[in-house]
Structures are given as structure tokens and as C-alpha cells.
Design a protein around this ligand. Structure first.
Ligand SMILES: Nc1ncnc2c1ncn2[C@@H]1O[C@H](COP(=O)(O)OP(=O)(O)O)[C@@H](O)[C@H]1O
Ligand SMILES: [Mg+2]
Length: 365
């Protein structure tokens, strides 16, 4: 009402806290989602993703904090007053209703007349590319088709925000990857705000404009996929997204984010890195280094001396397991076809990297 269109689908979570007995399921989480944005909530099982989604939907009420949708405080509004669509992992369609009746049901609840219901349900069905399936019963559809019907039912009343909780996790890999792209296209097409829960980092990076990473109810980092992968701000994010080598050691001098640091590794070696967060002197430090950012060269005297213990060929790349002279075990990835040296097991090599690719964190972060 009176709100510019560009704000209607905006969602703000402010200082959200939710406890279940002694468990802090959500611990002071704040985030904003723009109208028409696709945000993924990513984290391991139990990190609080579903609880955040349920609080936005109005099925859970917070112990502290506020939820705003389209600028309006809905923290204490019931779900049916929030105008949101929802799709869950196994959104059981009503088994005794046809596909079209299922999709039309939310309109019926809202008192929309029969002819308009039918027309809008058919349009929603076309949107999810199941135009011919309206007369079928849910049991006559595959898992992927059922999820599309669930989506059609969630968007048929044109909600401003679509909430999805692991909607693809019951599907097999190929279908899941197909649906990821399809949902993304559909979201762009209808311009709806989507908040999408997943524990699968590839799914989050593939689908989302921005990703919010959670651990133990706390927001670790929120950013575009590239930022999260290339500039993780906590050790948790560095380890959770993509593959990473961690080398542990200590630091002589404290450092601020972005400072170059020289970490003394436990076995005596040194590692040049960049502080990814504020680091204190004398504390345990871990340095994260992506396998594909390690340069592996046959000889010379520069860099870290290591020996190849295994070379695993995987078509598009070869993964090397390396043991540095100081005992440190590292992985490196050599892309195929780039003309790079592919060392064999037993070969002595030198490892090097760009300082900016080695990111130092406090060990407990
Ligand atoms: N209704 C509930 N009663 C008690 N504990 C709950 C309830 N819902 C969630 N929790 C706990 O809150 C934490 C976060 O759960 P959840 O939000 O479901 O995480 P996720 O969706 O990331 O797996 C977990 O420790 C979980 O056991
Ligand atoms: Mg969950």
C-alpha cells in the first residue's frame, strides 16, 4: 500500500534470536534481501537455516529481534497475513486433488471465484512448464514434477516473497541440477524475491545472487558467490565452501585484515600469507590455501620443498597429494590440457603461491 514496487519484496531480519531450551538456534542474525533478489541460506545441518525461514514465514516467533517485509514490521503477524509462498523438501500435495485443484487451492482459500481460479492455476502451471498435466493426480507425477507443482501452488497468488527449504534435496543429482537452473530462470522471469535454504554449497553458489553462510546459529558471512570463495572472512567459511588446505602455526606480530603476515608453521617452516581477519600475536593461526592456487614446479630452490605421494587423475584435472619436507600434507589440483607439469608419485617438487591466495585466520574462527 503506497509502497514503491521496488520495495514490496524486500525482507529484513534484524537481530534475530531464537532459543529452544538451552540451544541458540539463531544467535543475533541480521540480513537484508532486496526485492527480486535470490538469497541462499547455507550452512551445515543444525546451523539454524530452517528456524530463520520459519521466523520469516511466521511459524516461529523470535525471542528477540524483528522481521520486516516490504518495510512493514511483521514480527508478530500470523503466516497468512504475510503474503509469502513456501516450498519445502517434501511438500506433500493433496493426494485426492488433481494438479490443477492443488494449484487453485490457495486461491479458493482467498475467496477467488471459480473461473478466475482456473485461469490463474493454468497460467501458473504453464510457468513451471507442466501445461499439459493439469488433470493428472499427484501420484501420476515424478518427484521433480511434483516439486514444480508445489512451486506453481506457491506462486499462484503472486506472493511478494518465495521461501524454499531444501526443495531439491529429495531429487537425484541430474534432476536436481536441472531444477536449479530452472528455478533460477523462473525466479528471474517473475521477478520474485527468493530465500532458499540449502546445505549444499554448490547449489547455493549456482543459484543465488548472494549467499548467507551460517554456523551454530550465527551469520558467518554474506556476499556474492565469488566473494565467499575467494575472500572468506572466517576459517569456517574457508573450510565449508570449496576445498581448502589448512596449515597451522603461530604469528610473531598482531595483524589487521589485509596485512601481509609471515606465519611460523608448527614444523619450523614459514608461510607468507595475508590476514583475513584481525590476528593476535602468539595465538594459534591457520592458513587456508585452495588446491588450485598452489603452483607445483619440478625443481628450483624457491618455495616450499615437497614430494608427491599420490597423483589422482580425474579427467578434467589431476589432484596431487603432497608431503612437504616439514611433514605438512597438502593437496594441489592441476587442470588438464593447460600444458602444466604433471609430476608423478615420488617426484620432488617445489610449491609456491601468491601471497593473496593464502589467507590467515585465528584457529578457532
Ligand atoms: N522445535 C524445536 N525444538 C527444539 N529444538 C529445535 C527445534 N527446531 C530446531 N531446533 C534446534 O535448533 C537448531 C537449529 O535447527 P534448524 O533451524 O532446523 O537448523 P537447519 O535447518 O540449519 O538444519 C538445531 O540445534 C535444532 O536441533
Ligand atoms: Mg533445516
Amino acid at each position: 500500500m503506497g509502497l514503491p514496487d521496488g520495495m514490496k519484496g524486500r525482507v529484513a531480519v534484524q537481530g534475530l534470536v531464537k532459543r529452544f531450551g538451552p540451544v541458540r538456534a539463531v544467535d543475533h542474525v541480521s540480513l537484508e534481501v532486496s526485492s527480486g533478489e535470490f538469497l541462499a541460506l547455507l550452512g551445515p545441518s543444525g546451523s539454524g537455516k530452517t528456524t530463520i525461514l520459519m521466523s520469516i514465514a511466521g511459524f516461529e516467533f523470535p525471542d528477540d529481534g524483528r522481521i520486516l517485509i516490504g518495510g512493514e514490521d511483521v514480527t508478530w503477524s500470523p503466516p497468512n497475513k504475510r503474503n509469502l509462498g513456501m516450498v519445502f523438501q517434501r511438500y506433500t500435495l493433496f493426494p485426492h486433488m488433481s494438479v490443477l485443484e492443488n494449484i487453485a487451492f490457495p486461491l479458493k482459500m482467498r475467496g477467488v471465484g471459480r473461473a478466475e481460479r482456473e485461469e490463474r492455476a493454468r497460467a501458473a502451471l504453464r510457468t513451471v512448464r507442466l501445461g499439459q498435466m493439469g488433470e493428472r493426480m499427484p501420484s501420476q507425477l515424478s518427484g521433480g514434477q511434483q516439486q514444480r507443482v508445489a512451486m506453481a501452488r506457491a506462486i499462484v497468488y503472486q506472493p511478494r516473497v518465495l521461501l524454499m527449504d531444501e526443495p531439491l534435496s529429495a531429487l537425484d543429482k541430474n534432476l536436481r541440477e536441472e531444477m536449479q537452473i530452472e528455478i533460477k530462470h523462473l525466479q528471474r522471469e517473475i521477478g520474485i524475491t527468493v530465500i532458499f535454504v540449502t546445505h549444499d554449497q554448490t547449489e547455493a553458489l549456482t543459484m543465488a545472487d548472494r549467499v548467507a553462510v551460517l554456523d551454530h546459529g550465527r551469520l558467518q558471512q554474506i556476499g556474492v558467490p565469488r566473494e565467499l570463495y575467494e575472500k572468506p572472512e572466517t576459517g569456517f567459511v574457508a573450510g565449508f565452501i570449496g576445498e581448502t588446505n589448512f596449515c597451522e602455526g603461530t604469528l610473531q606480530r598482531a595483524a589487521m585484515p589485509g596485512d601481509p603476515v609471515s606465519v611460523t608453521l608448527d614444523n619450523g617452516g614459514r608461510m607468507e600469507a595475508v590476514a583475513a581477519q584481525a590476528l593476535s600475536a602468539g595465538e594459534r593461526i591457520k592458513v587456508a590455501l585452495r588446491p588450485e592456487r598452489l603452483r607445483v614446479e619440478p625443481g628450483g630452490t624457491d618455495g616450499m620443498a615437497a614430494r608427491v605421494s599420490e597423483a589422482i587423475y580425474a579427467g578434467n584435472a589431476t589432484t596431487l597429494l603432497l608431503e612437504a619436507d616439514d611433514g605438512q600434507v597438502l593437496r594441489a589440483r592441476i587442470p588438464a590440457g593447460a600444458g602444466l607439469h604433471e609430476p608423478r608419485p615420488g617426484e620432488a617438487v617445489r610449491l609456491s603461491w601468491q601471497r593473496a591466495d593464502a589467507r590467515a585466520f585465528m584457529a578457532g574462527s
